[in-house]
Design a protein around this ligand. Sequence first.
Ligand code: ADP
Ligand code: MG
Length: 717
Amino acid sequence: METLRKQILKKLSESPKVFEKRKGVPLEYASNVFNNKQLQKFISEKAFDQMQLCIEKGNQINPLLADQIASGMKAWAVSKGVTHYTHWFQPLSGTTAEKHESFFDLNVLGDQIEKFDGDQLVQQIPNASSFPSGGIRNTFEARGYTAWDPSSPAFLFENTLCIPTIFVSYTGEALDYKTPFLKSLQKLDDAATEICQYFDKNIDKVNATLGWEQEYFLIDRSLALTRPDLMITGRTLLGHAPSKGQELNDHYFGSIPTRVGDFLSELERECSLVGIPIKTKHNEVAPSQYEIAPVFENANLAVDHNILLMDLMNKVAYKYNFIVLFHEKPFDKINGSGKHTNWSLNTDSGINLLSPGKTPMSNLQFLSFFINTIAGVFNHKDLIKASTVSSSNDLRIGFNEAPSPNLSIFIGQHLMQVLDDLENVSKGKLSPEEKTDLKLNVIGKIPEILLDNTDRNRTAPIAFTGNKFEFRTVGSKSNCSKLITVLNAIVTEQLVHFKTAVDKLIETKKMKKDDAIFNVLRETISYIKPELSLEEKKIDQNNLQPTPKILPSYVSSKSIDLFKNLEIFSERELNARYQVDLEAFISNIQIESRTLGDMARNHVIPTAIRYQNVLIENIRGLKDIYANSYHKLASEQLIILEQISKYIEEINEGVTLMINARKKANTIADFYKRAIQYSEIVKPFLSDIRYKCDKLELTVEDNLWPLAKYREMLFVR
Ligand code: ADP
Ligand code: MG
């Protein structure tokens, strides 16, 4: 009987399927977003102004105002033929969640009425007891509440009005990514604005900006369906590397294949409707790997857009019979995927604080933010790491082209020189000559230096890229607000230290403002310098720390102090997150291990036995014909036969041992200890069993093999 894989390949080899393309309907950018333009049409001017003020100051929106906005929002949505609404939120499970409600309700007379007012807009109680909460929400208080985030506009997705919300427990503790993220943005705004006041009294708001670069694989869906591992875990747990991988680099920036191009056009159109400002799309290093990136936006909106994009990609891919793989390492020995996260700070007047300006003063402002960001990162390197690790990202970080786990910051040789020069300024008050020299020859040169910033580094885990910091350890699947929440917090803490130190010099030493700033910067540079390096330390791949070893930094006393002082996380919330991450690690390895066990026993071993039967029949035939001299003629067949038997035995035995290791690990109540057990005892079986299955894939007749092979998944487009 022909395998499903062979049937699919046969179909694919027939004339290419032409997908019906959407008509080129002229479309208005963001026409499915209830943005300020729509708001102004649907609510009164006074209400609009009130709302803007609330968003700017982070104040609560009163019930009366909420009613007005809700009624405007509903009128807009209904005018677009929408019938349902949902609170859209980001639980810790890593995806988004929605609970759809109809606008329609019945009144006391049993007639249909439309119901959606301020109450429905502001709060919803999804009966959500099965989202991960790390123990915060016990079953007796199973309710979680979603609450409207007015700073991210509502949008239409298919037939539904989606309202971005936070998700908190009955007792007010965060159960999602957005709640602490919004708090961190507010704290950062406060601290950064105070620093800006040294340089420009007109600045009274600072926003973090974020531009992500989403990498992914696009694989033929029918082929993927032959692989339980891809469908269940998002990555291939077995499969031999193809004879050609990415060695020739012919895919990177190559021309985009037709079906992929059609997928991208439709995706771009969908993005445009919901206001995601997609700017670049291109092939990535590995075959069938791509990247899509937008223009940067305010961080909160950028995160919402990234998550929405991932949803849209899945939906559009389905129409073109593709499947999108967001996993960090879907294919062994082939480049993995990340989500480079570019972060900067923007004032309300549109000045990028990580970009030098035209005057010495604005360059000093740039240096203050630049140096303090680096110092913040070095104060809490472990926490930065903890916010990006996961069982899937462990497979990427530190290998091949991927970023190193040693969190060094690459700033380039020229900026390094600037820091050297600044470190050498005199202690205390600077002479007028020294100041002039600094302003002219050091600070004044920064804009030129950055224009000519040719020494770019591509694989450093963190890099300053001229006007923003780029964090490259973030995994392609993850919610990048997890890292940015930590980053905002540590930069806030550092900016507060900086300001305290500067003010102290001004008050006690009667220094001028710029003298004080130079002095504190000089000290900060001495502190961070040993950590800045131009070359990467060599990575010992046998010594990479797995996720469970890194996660405890979340609950170190240093981390608890940081988040408690800034009122971003309580100790209980941090602990809950730590537990959720440990549990996710355990579950992922557990699911992978089960899936591999099933595949080894239900797919690989039976296929190997089938091929053995082919060989046996052949050997028996030779014996029939050649009688006693058959042995010489069948000698190779006999060797293969025995090899297969040996692998079958070892694989089957390996699966039994792996199941026993899981059983033993599952008896450990403490999540940390259980995660370590999964990492050290269960996980090694995955590669051990895989190695043997892959050997069989190379041996067994191609026609019999049931699982799509790497060469097919990666090269059929
Ligand atoms: P690269 O050479 O690394 O591709 P780009 O200038 O194309 O550099 O930017 C890459 C990413 O950085 C894009 O996603 C973009 O949105 C983002 N980006 C650019 N400027 C900023 C900024 N000021 N703040 C945040 N992200 C930014
Ligand atoms: Mg990049």
